[in-house]
Design a protein around this ligand. Structure first.
Ligand SMILES: [Zn+2]
Ligand SMILES: [Zn+2]
Length: 357
């Protein structure tokens, strides 16, 4: 056989030829970090954050300094050290108001002045503006001291459900409950993580740091636009550290063979039998895991296992809204310090698989 013909046959049969869809990949990052451009993070220079994030193997990063610390004139993006040859950098800032905090993310730098002028006077207009400019508006720590007051009937694009260490204080569990209450209304809303790391030198940096937690997104490529698209679509899971286990979750219709994954919704007009699969990617050989499946906001099944994948079947009623998501518990040896206490054995969680949403 002619060599070229052989090569083209190989390419055809394996579907890696020109024009083949580029496979989506899971990428990890931190979407909530403060640098010395925030007055409460003066000991955290941008260069140090970038090199730490690169060393942790992160694929993307957003440094989100407080807008009110610089009177709305965002300095971070113009910092000569805000660059990386290894990570995709997003352009974000923390919209810091008396009504709550949120991160506004762009794939490119944008004019922040209109947002600063609006502040918290007209939040619907702020969201409209963000969407006109192709920006992603994401609520921060909705149940913390700086609570999210405007509620979730507004078209926010995602919400942070896991800030810093999981268990101290116990705001993250409350943020997850709030998120479930939103999902139960029939609204798809992405949950993401954010370390909210402010310091690289003091005690805080030893308790948690960049990547605690890590947000994983399944994006089409490494471009900032693709990362934000995956975030908006809910192709997202969270892990307590960049080196920790990551959850994958899928459902297959046993009759049609249709398969969906995290962030997808399947239309089920009539009662259907579905096969679900949970993969613990990077599972440790000797670890005993507790896997909880949450169905429509309530714990539905808990499995104790030393092996992955975990598989189960479920019947989905026709025309009803329903969602399934997964939480993973076990030991957290890759947390910086006090891992058992601070992280409460919470390893990972997924965004939902939806039906009829
Ligand atoms: Zn905040
Ligand atoms: Zn913050």
């Amino acid at each position: 056989m002619h060599k070229r013909a052989f090569v083209s046959m190989f390419v055809m049969s394996y579907g890696v030829g020109q024009g083949a869809a580029r496979a989506s990949t899971w990428m990890k990052g931190d979407l909530h970090v403060h640098s010395s451009h925030s007055t409460d993070a003066k000991d955290s220079p941008v260069a140090e954050i970038i090199s730490k994030a690169e060393a942790l193997g992160l694929d993307f990063l957003a440094i989100t300094d407080h807008d009110n610390h610089v009177e709305g004139r965002i300095e971070t993006w113009g910092d000569p050290d805000y660059r990386s040859s290894r990570m995709t950098l997003l352009y974000g800032t923390e919209w810091t108001t008396g009504l709550g905090h949120a991160n506004i993310f762009g794939a490119k730098p944008f004019d922040y002045q209109p947002f600063w002028q609006l502040r918290d006077t007209d939040i619907p207009r702020t969201l409209e503006l963000a969407h006109q400019l192709n920006l992603h508006f994401s609520v921060n720590h909705p149940e913390a001291k700086d609570k999210w007051e405007p509620g979730f009937t507004l078209p926010v694009d995602s919400t942070e459900v896991w800030t810093a260490v999981f268990s101290i204080p116990n705001n993250n569990r409350k943020a997850i409950q709030k998120w479930d209450s939103v999902l139960k209304t029939g609204r798809r809303l992405t949950a993401r993580g954010g370390s909210d790391s402010h310091h690289q030198k003091d005690f805080e940096s030893q308790l948690f740091n960049i990547g605690n937690p890590t947000t994983w997104v399944k994006a089409e490529d490494h471009e900032g636009e693709s990362i934000l698209k995956a975030l908006s679509e809910g192709r997202v899971s969270l892990s307590y550290a960049p080196s920790a286990e990551r959850l994958e979750f899928s459902a297959t219709d046993l009759d049609s063979g249709e398969k969906i994954e995290i962030g997808d919704s399947m239309t089920v007009p009539f009662k259907r039998n579905l096969h679900f699969q949970i993969d613990i990617v990077g599972a440790r050989a000797s670890e005993s895991y507790e896997v909880t499946i949450i169905r429509n906001g309530e714990p539905w099944r808990t499995v104790h296992t030393r092996s992955s994948p975990i598989e189960f079947d479920a019947t989905i009623p026709g025309m009803e809204l329903s969602y399934f998501r997964v939480e993973l518990k076990g030991s957290t040896p890759d947390a910086p310090f006090l891992s058992g206490i601070a992280f409460g054995s919470f390893i990972a969680l997924t965004n939902p698989i939806y039906f009829n949403y």
